[in-house]
Ligand binder design. Structure first.
Ligand SMILES: Nc1ncnc2c1ncn2[C@@H]1O[C@H](COP(=O)(O)OP(=O)(O)OP(=O)(O)O)[C@@H](O)[C@H]1O
Ligand SMILES: [Mg+2]
Length: 397
């Protein structure tokens, strides 16, 4: 029989302190890519190895089955071939001592009740409902098993944030740990250039939450409530230099937003008209001024039609990437005071906007059932201003 010697992966000091301690509950706020998942995997594996016996359960719970599968596969890759008996459809790894590591989703907390569990990990806890935590905790009651609860910081109004604060305040049996991107940089597992790049590319509040574990006060607003209000100003009476336009889809409005050369709003028009009249209205408002219009879906033929009569019209198609780029550009403009708009519908749309971290990046959107057309038109106008062709030189003879 092959013998195996277990060696813990080399973790940096903050990682081992956060996970390998004697507290039953460890709450860990960790920046993205600081090595949270790797540490949890090593910890849960050791629990199964040293506390495990025939049939004892060790759980990994993630926000979605896809993320649970990633951890399942990472463990499989990390352990010498033949050591684990893996069941790819049940998402279990059984150790030679009979202990079962099981990978589950927290999406349906009711499915998490019932078993006795000897140790558990809640990975990405700030993206899970509190019911998932209650359920997993109940499975640890009979065994008095330990748990590692770990996630990114995401606002202040969630159970993970509050649990971390209680642990930080010294709750019996709980410990609190924080690992930020600069710790990972110092340990050499995260490149400094990546951190610098993220700082430049992301809106400040998001960068601070994701990389420095500093909660924003904005409940997930990507622009920053304070900054949104700082840019409220009356309509300018200078000439517009650009327009941004969001064309109506089935339910919402066509919105045209004009900005002057200082970034102050010159006009803001919302209307719902049949397509032919919509085109006429756009031509009338924009005249020969540079305009960037949303050309997604039904917008495409409209923009083409407009381009036949005016070379000042540019189309921009919304994709996950282009929308992210537009929203980040708008967030930077708002935070640096480069754009001004009147109070009212624009401000309230900006205030209710939300962002969400997904595995592919940061996603920006209006909450379910709310409009985002004013925000999109404003973002297009800001983009139009940045991408504006150089002024034509007027030669006076
Ligand atoms: N101590 C370490 N030594 C070497 N490499 C490490 C160490 N810790 C983490 N890594 C590497 O850093 C990368 C990110 O680790 P991991 O996925 O655990 O981070 P995370 O904090 O869970 O990230 P995410 O924000 O994506 O959930 C991985 O490639 C991992 O192998
Ligand atoms: Mg992770």
């Amino acid at each position: 029989m092959a013998s195996h010697i277990y060696q813990r992966p080399k973790l940096y000091q903050k990682q081992s302190d956060a996970f390998f301690n004697t507290d039953r509950y460890s709450w860990i706020e960790g920046s993205t890519k600081s090595g949270k998942t790797v540490s949890c995997m090593a910890w849960l594996f050791e629990q199964a190895l040293f506390v495990g016996k025939e049939g004892r359960e060790f759980w990994w719970v993630a926000p979605a089955i896809g993320t649970a599968k990633i951890a399942f596969r990472r463990i499989k890759r990390g352990v010498p071939k033949g050591f684990l008996k893996s069941n790819d459809s049940e998402l279990t790894h059984t150790l030679p001592n009979g202990a079962v590591m099981r990978f589950k989703t927290g999406e349906k907390p009711d499915n998490l009740y019932g078993e006795d569990v000897w140790a558990a990990v809640l990975d990405e806890a700030s993206r899970m409902r509190v019911e998932a935590f209650y359920a997993v905790r109940s499975t640890l009651t009979a065994t008095r098993g330990p748990i590692r609860i770990i996630g990114n910081v995401k606002g202040r109004k969630n159970w993970f944030f509050l649990g971390c604060r209680k642990a930080e305040a010294g709750e019996q049996g709980h410990s609190y740990h924080k690992i930020i991107a600069t710790d990972a940089v110092a340990a050499g597992v995260f490149p400094q250039e990546e951190l610098d790049d993220a700082r430049r590319a992301l809106p400040d509040a998001i960068f601070r939450e994701l990389y420095l574990c500093e909660p924003s006060d904005d409940g997930g607003n990507p622009f920053g409530l304070k900054y949104i209000r700082q840019n409220i100003a009356p309509i300018s009476n200078r000439a517009p230099v650009v327009y941004g336009g969001d064309l109506a889809k089935s339910v919402d409005w066509t919105v045209l937003h004009g900005l002057d050369d200082n970034g102050v709003t010159t006009s803001h028009t919302r209307f719902q008209l049949p397509w032919k009249e919509t085109m006429g209205r756009i031509r009338m408002i924009c005249g020969a001024t540079h305009a960037v219009l949303d050309s997604t879906g039904v917008g495409d033929p409209i923009v083409e039609e407009l381009q036949r009569v005016g070379s000042n019209f540019t189309g921009l198609k919304f994709t996950a990437q282009s929308k992210q780029m537009l929203m980040e550009g708008l967030a930077v403009a708002i935070q640096q005071g480069e754009v001004q708009y009147p109070d009212g519908v624009i401000v309230s749309e900006l205030e209710s906007f939300e962002y969400e971290y997904t595995r592919t990046g940061v996603k920006y959107s209006a909450p379910e059932g709310s409009h985002d057309d004013c925000v999109m038109a404003l973002a297009l106008a800001v983009h139009a201003k940045k991408s504006r062709p150089p002024e034509a030189t007027v030669i006076v003879l």
